[in-house]
Design a protein around this ligand. Structure first.
Ligand code: PHE
Ligand code: NA
Length: 499
């Protein structure tokens, strides 16, 4: 028994929500550059192999756990085996860390949507972003020197999030995604169409798609492909477990995973086309090579794109579409991250949704607003993001998969569960992919990243800063996860498994 379980009204709602989580900043500002930098057109081969051998199998694994055990990440893992509860809290703590800085980026995107009208960045978007807008301190430290316009934009993101989560799984999360995802796709298609008509677009597409076949012999290209797929599908840190727990008992799980996996990749390739068409225009306009202007992340969105918007015909429209899409894509991902936390706290304490949402969102918003919209927030975001993405997610996914395969032999049970509800049946291949291929590759990626960061430090940042907010944070969330797993469950939830 337990607290009444919320649900999506149907599989379509779930698929929109799952696509909303997967399609995020990574599709728009990460994939295009990763593909360009790792073999161009030839990257499609390792990328598809990674999608089919690790991404989609892992997505199915997450869906199966949430759907069979019908709980938040901590509760589902506990029901799988009491010793696994800590894994659920670890995944939840990763979501806590991501949530507190993700809102800042959404705040920027909303503000730059407005700046697209006035071209507030003037003739030097880099100097504008660093000096005038974020007023980045030259000290790498923690301070509480607030940037008020950014503070307000970030606070608005938290406020909207609070309202949507209060409305619940169906009326809040489900309906928001059903509206925003089609809107996002339409806006992005128009933006890509406009970018393709810019002079120089073809040079950008050449730079992106010209295959460098020798890249296929380079192990770092394969690592990049698997890394992009793990990050992009949001697998292994509780999100897909949580959303799948809201699916009705008879729901096609493997079919849904195929739809979500291919939809996410289609959006990535579309973004690659749009971003490189725009970069081709920028290179042509300034008389340089595309490789000179190609970049990713904050530099692409908040420095290169403003320059493009200032010079392109109908630049304001391109800007509104681009930054609006960035804000929507980020927001639908943020919702999914925070819902992991809400669901976990709710299950553990046996709370109503409004109580759990208040208990989670208010403290998160306060921490987020204290640390990030400040003159020192940008460096903090840089370190925290790198450590969470490079180690946290991979380590949590690796250890979950290893435990599920070795000690707890959960894979046959989960496969049978998927097959009992799905049209696309899974056999031994799936178990080999999810339980064999995935951990080997995750392990390789993790060791590769760890040795590099230990040897070289991170980005020339002061060691105390990296130790505290990188390594310290990573160890801290594991300790907190363990302590949370020791706390008793509410009697209202019931932690046993009754199917
Ligand atoms: N998967 C998302 C992307 O590709 C990013 C994301 C990160 C989503 C964390 C949810 C949680 O951009
Ligand atoms: Na993605």
């Amino acid at each position: 028994g337990g607290a009444a379980k919320e649900a999506f009204s149907g599989r379509t709602m779930f698929i929109f929500a799952a696509i909303g989580s997967a399609v995020g900043l990574g599709n728009i500002w990460r994939f295009p550059y990763v593909a360009f930098d790792n073999g161009g057109g030839a990257f499609i081969i390792p990328y598809l192999v990674a999608l089919l051998t690790a991404g989609i199998p892992l997505l199915m694994l997450d869906y199966a756990i949430g759907h069979r055990y019908r709980g938040s990440a901590p509760l589902s893992f506990r029901r799988l085996h009491p010793k696994l509860e800590t894994i659920g809290w670890w995944q939840l703590m990763i979501c806590v860390v991501i949530a507190i800085y993700y809102a800042l980026i959404i705040g920027w995107a909303m503000q730059y949507t407005v700046f697209s009208f006035s071209k507030a960045w003037g003739s030097d978007p880099a100097a504008f972003f660093m000096n005038d807008y974020m007023k980045v301190s030259d000290q790498v430290t923690i301070g509480f020197d607030f940037i008020w316009p950014v503070f307000i934009a970030t606070a608005i993101a938290w406020l909207v999030l609070l309202v949507v989560l209060m409305l619940g799984v169906q009326n809040g999360i489900g309906k928001l995604n059903v509206v925003l995802i089609p809107l996002l796709v339409v806006m992005f298609l128009i933006m890509v169409g406009m970018a393709l008509t810019l002079p120089g677009a073809a040079a950008g597409l050449d730079a992106l798609f010209t295959p460098s076949w020798s890249a296929l012999g380079d192990s770092s290209v394969w690592v990049a492909a698997y890394g992009q797929i793990f990050f992009s599908l949001s697998v292994g840190f509780g999100i897909m477990v949580t959303y799948a727990s809201y699916l009705k008992p008879r729901s096609d799980l493997s079919g849904s995973a195929l739809v979500v996996g291919f939809a996410n990749s289609s959006f990535e390739i579309l973004a690659g086309i749009g971003v490189f068409a725009a970069l081709g225009f920028m290179a042509t306009a300034s008389g340089t090579q595309v490789s000179e202007v190609a970049t990713s992340g904050i530099g692409l969105a908040f420095i290169a794109f403003p320059a493009i918007i200032s010079q392109a015909p109908f630049g304001t429209l391109i800007g509104v579409l681009f930054f609006g899409a960035l804000a929507f894509a980020g927001f639908t991902s943020l919702i999914s991250i925070v819902e992991v936390i809400v669901a976990g706290v709710r299950d553990k304490l046996g709370l109503s949704r409004p109580a759990a949402v208040s208990l989670v969102v208010l403290p998160l918003a306060v921490i987020s607003l204290l640390f990030f919209p400040t003159t020192t927030g940008l460096n903090l975001l840089d370190v925290v993001d790198a450590f969470v993405n490079n180690f946290g997610i991979a380590a949590a996914a690796l250890i979950s998969v290893l435990l599920l395969t070795s000690g707890f032999t959960a894979l046959p049970t989960l496969r049978d569960h998927i097959n009992s509800v799905s049209s696309f049946k899974l056999g031994r291949t799936w178990m080999i992919m999810a339980g064999g291929v995935t951990p080997v590759i995750l392990g390789y990626i993790l060791i590769d990243q760890l040795t590099k960061t230990v040897a070289e430090g991170y980005n020339d940042m002061p060691q105390w800063f990296v130790n505290t907010f990188g390594w310290g944070m990573a160890v801290g969330i594991v300790v907190i996860a363990y302590l949370l797993s020791r706390l008793p469950w509410s009697r209202r939830t019931g932690d046993g498994f009754t199917s």
